[in-house]
Design a protein around this ligand. Structure first.
Ligand code: ATP
Ligand code: MG
Length: 396
């Protein structure tokens, strides 16, 4: 059977009161963005609190469309459907029999007809449509049975300007449409955690901008490309991502020269946060996102997080803070970032890392040691901003 349209249902945005249309419009945009990646041509329309995507071209790939729609945050259900013209009830009965015949090879199933009549001038009530279509189906397929409580197949028939029939309901990802909750700056490394963190915050409707710190020649072009690839993978869900690539080498070397080596990581992380916040404010972001998780490494003990956080004035969103690594890996696999994340390229954090980094840094001492950087750090930060490379990454 060929489905020529999809009914796209949303859940949470339904409760947004007067701003509801903003959410719907953002969702329509994201659906269009997802369908742009698919072969074929589609028209997305909003109609009476419903969103439909019609297939316009002769050819399209059903699996590809479903796969891409499953990445659109804000969608609760994806329902492939057939669209009929109103040519009388007898004809509708015939079409319904044909639909069930083609959609379900095994007829040993229970079903329920669920008619909705948005067009009140239709000659039968919803109740009558349910009963009459049920009867027609039972006659055509004696193996089938009606079960009004827990049917295997809920056959939805919506009488609107056209008549829509659907029974296949594919779960969507949930969440909120990207672009409805402002923008945040993701600190994106080449690891497993930060792409997952970006995905999770994007799922709440937040547009993502990203920053990656690299340290050439200690980190390679391949390591940078890996981060670009990860941003691309996240953009399949989050839409276009502006990725700032910051050359961190001089700053890192300077800290290495001037500060105790066991404090290198923590001081470096404070500078990463400072730079990320500077870029965030410049780009209109109202928060930062990291992939940190309590206790995962020395720089993520509660004390270390306290010291890192101290340089930030924007809220720092850490969606993985209480996640175990294995749970993070599960999500990374599900969203298709894992394979890229585990490619074995060097990371700027690991290059100068001390054998025994502090796990309980003292804020006052760290601040005192940072004064050793006073002479040149502003100049180096300025240079890092000026030499940044910006790549706009999109999945299309
Ligand atoms: P991930 O698995 O995401 O790489 P990690 O295990 O490397 O994290 P850390 O090095 O402690 O952990 O980094 C914690 C967080 O700091 C990361 O999740 C990321 O948000 C940010 N971060 C670390 N290194 C970089 C980098 N080179 N560029 C941008 N952000 C970074
Ligand atoms: Mg990590």
């Amino acid at each position: 059977m060929e489905f020529r349209a999809f009914l796209l249902k949303y859940a949470e945005i339904g409760i947004k009161g007067r701003n509801r249309y903003l959410f719907e419009d953002a969702l329509v945009e994201q659906i269009k963005y997802a369908l742009k990646r698919c072969e074929g041509e589609f028209a997305v329309r909003k109609e009476q609190g419903r969103i439909y995507a019609d297939v316009v071209s002769a050819y399209y790939d059903y699996d590809e469309v479903v796969e891409n729609l499953k990445r659109v945050f804000g969608l609760s259900h994806i329902c492939p459907m057939i669209q009929l013209e109103d040519e009388g009830f007898e004809k509708l009965g015939e079409e319904i029999v044909k639909y069930m015949d083609e959609a379900y090879e095994d007829k040993g199933l229970t079903f329920k007809v669920n008619a909705r009549r948005a067009r009140k001038n239709y000659p039968k009530s919803s109740m009558e449509i349910n009963c009459d279509l049920g009867e027609i189906l039972l006659e055509a397929f004696p193996e089938m049975q009606v079960d009004v409580h827990k049917p295997d197949v809920m056959l939805n028939v919506e009488i609107r300007e056209h008549i829509y029939v659907y029974s296949i309901v594919i779960p969507g990802p949930g969440g909120m449409p990207v672009g409805t909750a402002g923008k945040a700056m993701l600190l994106l490394s080449g690891g497993i955690d930060s792409p997952v963190a970006g995905y999770m915050i994007a799922k709440r409707g937040v547009q993502i901008e990203a920053v990656y710190f690299h340290a050439p020649p200690y980190t390679s072009e391949r390591a940078k490309q890996k981060v670009v690839d990860l941003a691309k993978a996240v953009s399949k869900y989050a839409g276009e991502i502006r990725l700032h690539i910051i050359n961190f080498t001089d700053i890192q070397m300077y800290i290495y020269d001037k500060c105790p080596h066991d404090e290198l990581t923590i001081i470096m992380r404070r500078y990463m946060m400072r730079i990320a916040e500077h870029l965030a404010k410049e780009g209109g972001c109202t928060g930062l996102i990291t992939g940190e998780s309590i206790g995962q490494v020395a720089s993520q003990t509660m004390k270390s997080l306290l010291v890192t956080n101290e340089v930030c004035t924007l809220p720092v969103y850490r969606p993985l803070i209480a996640f175990d690594k294995l749970d993070i890996v599960d999500i990374a696999e599900k969203i298709d970032t894992y394979e890229t994340s585990v490619l074995p390229y060097e990371d700027c954090c690991t290059i100068f890392v001390a054998k025994h980094p502090v796990t309980k840094p003292n804020l006052q001492i760290i601040k005192k040691h940072e004064t050793h950087l006073d002479e040149k750090i502003d100049e180096l930060l300025q240079k890092a901003y000026e030499t940044q490379e910006i790549v706009t990454v999109s999945a299309v």
